[in-house]
Design a protein around this ligand. Structure first.
Ligand code: C2E
Ligand code: CA
Ligand code: CA
Length: 660
């Protein structure tokens, strides 16, 4: 019973955060408290030395001084220890117990000394007890129990002792001690309540800020993740890119940035629906994560079917290309989904820091350029940004500038290259080929300025001028000669320029049946739906469509039957060296069969000699274009040629030179 009363009297309470705060405060104040006690004690010993026995004036201070110094050091050091809640509580309990024991010893000692000396020393004793107690209570301010203990063990016995003397001065001092101690105890209690409140509020604030921190970390995480694939998103990619540049700026240590684009993804969306497209993107991210070491390669989804890569230690260009090829191979594996099996291919463009650029935007643009370049020239492969690209960029931007400034209707002209019907041995149609002569830049090759016009959004303007010039020229040709005109994807996919083309045909009085629009498969695949819609409109009017450069684009054969086209124009890369390449001959045979099966006409371009012509003739190709028959001609040269043709009787078998 007594024990439980005692323990409830000295127990510091059960609030860990509050106890910890108390202990922290006390550990700073207790050494000060012991210093007060020791100094006051030594002063007492000094004034009583000649009156009191040695065991009181010397021995006890001699024992207590090292004890208090030891305690001070211990408690001061504990500030640098990590204590658990139970340890803190135990130490507070020790402080309370020691307050009781040391308080009792000190007061006992002081009161023992009271019996010695004169009135001055007695007053000193009362003064010692009073001030030391107040100092000690002030130092133990944060521990309410310690205050009560000191009141019980020091103040009460002193007051009783002094009251029991027969000196009214000491009675007054006793009353004084009692009142001031009670007042201080009251203040201590108030302070303790305030302190408890403050700690509790602080604790709530800490918890709130912890929760806020967790929430903001979660928000940050979500803001940096792609919601579909759960890999980092575009924002994170760019912040990672900036970090990497910052980190390597001084060392100039290299890293590579890659942009991966899926070819054929749009078609998966169109054919299988959006859920399948989403699944394909998720599966792609899984394949990338499984293939690439996450410490070496940072992967992000940039949006749509585009993924970003940062290669921390890329090694040589060749190694990067090898890794890129590995990625492309991995993506070529069909994706099995519940809607069916889909196939896509990846094209990747890489750029190296710091050679290709040393800011996030430039580095990204360069990698994107390498990607676009690969997509245009060799889909499904890996491209690296090189110095050659750098020159091209400069060229194209200066070309775009000149195009904008130029008087295009004056500077643009059209050459025509005949496509020969080798059975009838006469011109079947003429392909309009754009020429641009600029007073400053000179002659610029058509593929260069057309690409620049496409990139700078000016191609429709060029097309309108070229088409008008071509129709004007073609109006002079014999009825059986058609006009082939090249369209870029922008002409086909922009309703405005498409309408413009159709209007021009209507106004021209040129029969639409005599016109063939040539469009590359790359252009069709860029926006399959829109392009096919445009092609259908063209065909509704009666004009024909040829798929140009067939065999160089990515489109898989499975898309061919769905394209509204009339003719395939086989790319000249299959004709080059066909004489010595059995593989090319086999390919050409297969394409001929394919055209038969799909009921498509075929044209071959780039035929440069008789051997090539004969090989193709034997395979059944009868619409042929190439230097062997004619180079692109100026309008009046072509007119002469056509007149000469009309004067010649039509033959059954063709001879290029005689026809030319
Ligand atoms: P393309 O449509 O494949 O045009 C055929 C290109 O091959 C022409 O180059 C032509 O001069 C060249 N060529 C013809 N026969 C032979 C041959 O036997 N051997 C070789 N080595 N080459 C031959 P050109 O005129 O420089 O045109 C290049 C490309 O520019 C065209 O390729 C076409 O994609 C584009 N282009 C030309 N004019 C226009 C146009 O008015 N509009 C659009 N959108 N593109 C055009
Ligand atoms: Ca063409
Ligand atoms: Ca072509």
């Amino acid at each position: 019973m007594l024990q439980s009363v005692l323990s409830s009297f000295v127990e510091p309470g059960d609030k860990p955060a509050l106890n910890r705060a108390r202990y922290e405060a006390l550990s700073k104040q207790i050494p000060v408290m012991y210093a007060i006690v020791i100094i006051d004690m030594l002063a007492m010993s000094y004034t009583h030395f000649s009156y009191a026995p040695v065991y009181l004036t010397l021995y006890l201070p001699a024992i207590l001084t090292p004890v208090t110094i030891y305690r001070s050091i211990k408690i001061y050091r504990s500030r640098f220890e990590t204590l658990n809640d139970a340890q803190v509580r135990r130490r507070l309990l020790t402080i309370n117990i020691l307050a009781a024991i040391l308080g009792a010893i000190c007061v006992g000692w002081a009161l023992a000394l009271f019996n010695y000396g004169d009135a001055y020393t007695k007053s000193h004793t009362a003064f010692f007890i009073c001030l030391t107690t107040l100092g000690v209570i002030a130092c133990l301010m944060h521990l309410r129990q310690a205050g009560i203990i000191l009141f019980a063990t020091v103040v009460c016995p002193t007051v009783i002792f002094l009251a029991a003397t027969d000196q009214s001065v000491f009675h007054a001092i006793a009353l004084n001690i009692l009142l001031v101690s009670a007042a201080i105890l009251f203040i201590m209690f108030r302070y303790n309540n305030d302190f408890t409140d403050m700690i509790e509020k602080q604790q709530i604030l800490e918890q709130q800020s912890k929760i806020l921190k967790i929430l903001s970390t979660e928000n940050l995480r979500l803001a940096n993740l792609d919601s579909l694939t759960t890999i980092p998103n575009r924002r994170r990619f760019f912040s990672e890119l900036s970090d990497r540049i910052e980190e390597r700026k001084t060392s100039q240590e290299t890293f590579a940035v890659g942009i991966l684009d899926l070819d054929g993804f749009k078609q998966v969306n169109d054919v299988f629906g959006h859920p399948a497209g989403d699944q394909l993107l998720i599966d792609t991210s899984v394949r990338l994560r499984e293939l690439l070491d996450k410490d070496e390669v940072f992967i992000a989804r940039l949006g749509g079917d585009e993924f970003g890569l940062i290669l921390n230690n890329p090694g040589s260009e060749r190694e990067v290309i090898a890794l890129g090829n590995q990625i492309c191979d991995e993506l070529l594996e069909p994706f099995e989904m519940k809607e069916g099996s889909a196939q896509v291919a990846g094209t990747i463009g890489f750029a190296f820091f710091p050679d290709a650029g040393d800011t996030p935007s430039v580095l990204f643009e360069r990698a994107d350029y390498a990607l676009c370049y690969s997509k245009q020239n060799c889909k499904g492969t890996v491209g690296m940004f090189t110095e050659e690209h750098e020159t091209l960029i400069r060229e194209v931007s200066s070309i775009a500038h000149r195009l904008r400034e130029a008087d295009l209707s004056e500077e643009l002209s059209v050459y025509f290259q005949p496509i020969i019907n080798t059975v009838e041995n006469r011109t079947f149609s003429c392909e309009a080929l754009a020429r641009w002569h600029n007073p400053i830049l000179g002659n610029i090759p058509p593929n260069v300025f057309i690409r620049s016009a496409e990139q700078s959004g000016m191609v429709s303007r060029l097309t309108a001028i070229l088409f008008k010039k071509s129709l004007d020229a073609a109006a002079e040709w014999p009825e059986h000669v058609g006009l082939s005109f090249n369209l870029s994807t922008y002409d086909l996919c922009s309703p405005e320029s498409l309408l413009n083309l159709l209007n021009t045909i209507e106004k021209s009085n040129f029969k639409p049946e005599r016109i063939t629009f040539e469009i590359t498969e790359t252009a069709v695949m860029q926006d399959f739906m829109r392009a096919t819609h445009g092609l259908k409109l063209i065909r509704q009017l009666g004009a024909k469509v040829a798929l140009d450069d067939f065999g160089t684009g990515y489109s898989s054969l499975s898309y061919l039957p769905r394209m509204p086209i009339d003719r395939l124009k086989v790319d000249r890369s299959f004709i080059e060296d066909i004489e010595s390449s059995q593989a090319k001959q086999d390919i050409m045979c297969t394409i001929a069969q394919l055209c038969d099966n799909l009921n498509l006409e075929s044209t071959v371009e780039g035929v440069e000699n008789e051997t090539q012509y004969k090989i193709l003739d034997a395979m059944g190709y009868h619409l042929i274009q190439g230097y062997y028959f004619s180079k692109p001609l100026q309008q009046d040269e072509l007119a002469e040629r056509l007149v000469a043709e009309c004067e010649m009787p039509a033959k059954k078998s063709a001879s290029g030179r005689s026809a030319a």
